[in-house]
Design a protein around this ligand. Structure first.
Ligand SMILES: Nc1nc2c(ncn2[C@@H]2O[C@H](COP(=O)(O)OP(=O)(O)OP(=O)(O)O)[C@@H](O)[C@H]2O)c(=O)[nH]1
Ligand SMILES: [Mg+2]
Length: 214
């Protein structure tokens, strides 16, 4: 079974922990309890008849914990960056979270998703859907609007990212195989050239020997 590391980041209070609880066991918690230490949960999903184990890391949004816990963002396959549609500052924080994830993952390819959370509070919405979509486009991320109270919207985000990751993974594998095949063919060609050269040398030597005998 393929293991995929998912990290969920974003400002404090945007609903990261609630999104994970909803995804894992369809529950929603009204009382706020800030996350201080990163926490790992496992969710198995089936993508194109392949079982994938999502290792989901909940992280702290509060900066004093987040900086200390940055190390847990390493080796991410998928990063879901969350903002709260009723909180402009959380939207403005997206770029910073994106930069942190990119920086700590160095050159590793990460599949990014942006979630505009608390979509159930649409009367209080201050960040437009369009702004969320445009930001996502700029960083080449998938965009979702979620409510941690609505299981369907949460599942769509996590499963959509898992699907995208798996699709890119298969593409990479295909390309690597093609590359290997190409290299194999080139090596064969080179071997044939050497063989032909050797054959040619042998026949020249034979000819010379013949001539000498005559
Ligand atoms: N109405 C509504 N409230 C939400 C939603 N998601 C989270 N909340 C509430 O927002 C508050 C913060 O949620 P958390 O999931 O703890 O936020 P967090 O991003 O994990 O915060 P930190 O752990 O401090 O980084 C809680 O009171 C939740 O009940 C949502 O989709 N809709
Ligand atoms: Mg939390």
């Amino acid at each position: 079974m393929k293991k995929v590391k998912v990290i969920i980041v974003g400002n404090s209070h945007v609903g990261k922990t609630c999104l994970i609880s909803q995804y894992l066991d369809s529950s929603f918690q009204l009382e706020y309890q800030t996350t201080t230490a990163p926490d790992k949960s496992i969710k198995k999903v089936n993508i194109s008849n392949t079982e994938i184990s999502l290792e989901i890391w909940d992280t702290a949004g509060q900066d004093n914990y987040a900086i200390a816990n940055k190390i847990f963002m390493k080796k991410a396959d998928i990063a879901l960056i969350v903002y709260d549609i009723t909180d402009k500052a959380s939207f403005e924080g997206l770029q910073n979270w994106y930069n942190r994830v990119v920086e700590i993952n160095d050159k590793k390819k990460v599949v990014f998703g942006i979630a505009g959370n608390k979509s159930d509070l649409f009367e209080k919405q201050v960040v437009s859907t369009e702004d969320g979509q445009n930001f996502s486009k700029n960083i080449n991320a998938l965009f979702f609007e979620t409510s941690a109270k609505d299981h369907g919207s949460v599942e769509k985000a996590f499963n959509g990212l898992a699907q995208e990751y798996y699709h890119q993974y298969l593409e990479r594998q295909k390309m690597e195989k093609e590359e290997e095949k190409k290299m194999g063919e080139e090596e064969k060609k080179e071997d044939n050239v050497v063989l032909d050269e050797n054959k040619h040398k042998e026949s020249v030597i034979k000819e010379e020997k013949k001539k000498r005998r005559c």
